[in-house]
Ligand binder design. Structure first.
Ligand SMILES: *Cc1c(COP(=O)(O)O)cnc(C)c1O
Length: 474
């Protein structure tokens, strides 16, 4: 028997906690601002505070909102605070979820069911930007709603010139992002909302990333296009507490313009032998700790605190934009207006994925985007103090890649290049699925992005040859 076994007798608590501490040693170094995604970290004192709030409610369960009235109170207050920030009308209501993905999934389920019930739609579709967060593609697959994509313009904004034509009687919703994840661009929400009203279709704004920073940027005097409930066509908005709300992980919210919409999100089964059952969201048991931590963090930071965090973030973003534009061969992708950005290469001889490898070799954890290829940065207040170092390292990385163009065919750059550019997307999908699934084989595996070499299977060799051929042709 090779499975891990439980310790036969319970272990000493300090010993177990020491193990946890040791496990984290190989994790991304987010405390010093070296991680440009996944983590929104202020400082250890803030984490301790959120953890203290979490601890008080770690066993509490939001499954039945009538049972833990403390949790229902926190949920209502958080939703109400967000409704105010997003200029929602008096009737604005909503639900706390475990994360942005749950919020996005719920919007699709809600509008599919609304269309089924009120318009007898049987083969639902939704019109979403090509830059919509991947959670929307997941929702499309889970709930069997066909995505109809709005393409990007030449400068990577959402092209809405064909939005009207893409809406038909089976369209259940329209989506805009504020901002979108790949480049940080805010979609033309006002124009999209006007078309949604004209067509009588609900419109969701995905402000998972923007919901807790754009309102404070506006309070600080920045001019942004209207993107929230001020736009009449917007019927719902998602906003993540665990991103720029700086709450502990496991907290997001979805808000609707009125209860008639939210009702379609709810699930009721009256004949279950376990009892009559009603649930407002996707999860069954809902973690009380996450709600308590989110509520506590909102109270502790307050308007002034969030304005200050937004100002620091904007300063970091601006420093990055200026610095990146000064490095020859790099260009910002599109017109990011929020707290994140992506940049790519403007020089065919400069491979941006090889630049990413060089940044990683210097201790920065970065994400890669594709179509076009680029390096992503989700910027937080914590990054204000590290932008100078980052830009110095970036300039050096660009120099090195320029001097060694071969780096494009080595390391991770080769693997990411393959995944982004091989035209047989189905094959890429299968390959990624196989590799990814290995992480979950019995006992757990490791994810490796191998260099294309001798022992790799046919497909990879073929893909490597294809990419080399493309590279030679420029
Ligand atoms: C992060 C994000 C999501 C998904 O949120 P998770 O909390 O990661 O599930 C959805 N939409 C946008 C625009 C995001 O940035």
């Amino acid at each position: 028997m090779t499975h891990k076994s439980l310790p036969p007798r319970g272990r000493d608590a300090d010993d177990v906690l020491a193990d946890l501490k040791a496990f984290a040693e190989s994790d991304p170094d987010y405390r010093s601002g070296r991680t440009w995604s996944l983590v929104y970290h202020l400082d250890d004192a803030h984490d301790d505070f959120a953890a203290a709030a979490w601890r008080q409610y770690s066993s509490a369960n939001g499954l039945n909102p009538a049972a833990f009235q403390s949790l229902k109170r926190m949920e209502s207050e958080i939703v109400s605070i967000i409704a105010g920030l997003l200029h929602g009308p008096e009737e604005t209501c909503g639900v706390l979820t475990a994360g942005g993905t749950e919020s996005c999934l719920l919007a699709v389920k809600t509008y599919r069911d609304l269309a089924r019930k009120t318009r007898r739609v049987r083969r639902p579709n939704m019109v979403i930007p090509a830059t919509a967060h991947v959670a929307w593609f997941k929702a499309a697959e889970y709930f069997d709603v066909t995505p109809r994509l709005l393409p990007m313009t030449r400068d990577y904004a959402t092209d809405i010139s064909r939005l009207r034509r893409k809406i038909d009687r089976n369209t259940v919703m329209v989506l805009g992002s504020a901002p979108e994840y790949p480049h940080g661009t805010i979609d033309p929400i006002a124009e999209m909302g006007a078309i949604a009203v004209e067509k009588g279709i609900p419109m969701h704004v995905d402000a998972c990333v923007g919901g807790f920073i754009l309102p404070f940027m506006e309070m600080n005097g920045e001019t942004l296009p209207e993107w929230d409930f001020r736009v009449p066509g917007v019927t719902s908005i998602s906003a993540d507490l665990h991103k720029y709300g700086y709450a502990a992980k496991g907290a997001s919210a979805i808000l609707y313009r009125n209860l008639d919409l939210l009702k379609h999100q709810m699930f009721v089964y009256q004949d279950w032998p376990g009892g009559v059952f009603a649930s407002p969201a996707l999860l069954g048991t809902r973690p009380g700790g996450a709600y308590a931590a989110a509520w506590a963090v909102l109270q502790k930071i307050g308007v002034e605190g969030y304005r200050d965090l937004a100002a620091r973030t904007v300063r970091a973003v601006q420093a990055l934009k200026r610095g990146i534009e000064q490095i020859e061969g790099l260009r910002i992708l599109g017109h990011p207006q929020g707290p994140l950005l992506s940049y790519g290469s403007s020089d065919p001889g400069l491979n941006i994925y090889a630049v990413a490898d060089q940044l990683e070799a210097r201790g920065w954890a970065v994400n890669r985007v594709q179509n076009p290829d680029g390096i992503h940065a989700m910027v937080t207040a914590r990054h204000e103090g590290v932008t100078d170092q980052y830009l110095r390292d970036l300039a050096e990385a660009v120099e090195i890649v320029r001097a060694n163009p071969d780096l494009a065919r080595k390391g991770h750059a080769a693997a990411y290049g393959l995944m982004a550019h091989v035209p047989l997307r189905g094959m890429v999908r299968e390959r990624v699925l196989d590799t990814f699934a290995q992480l979950y084989r019995a006992g757990g595996g490791e994810l490796t992005l191998d260099e294309p070499g001798e022992k790799v299977p046919m497909l990879e060799r073929w893909m490597a040859r294809y990419v080399a051929w493309k590279a030679r042709r420029g």
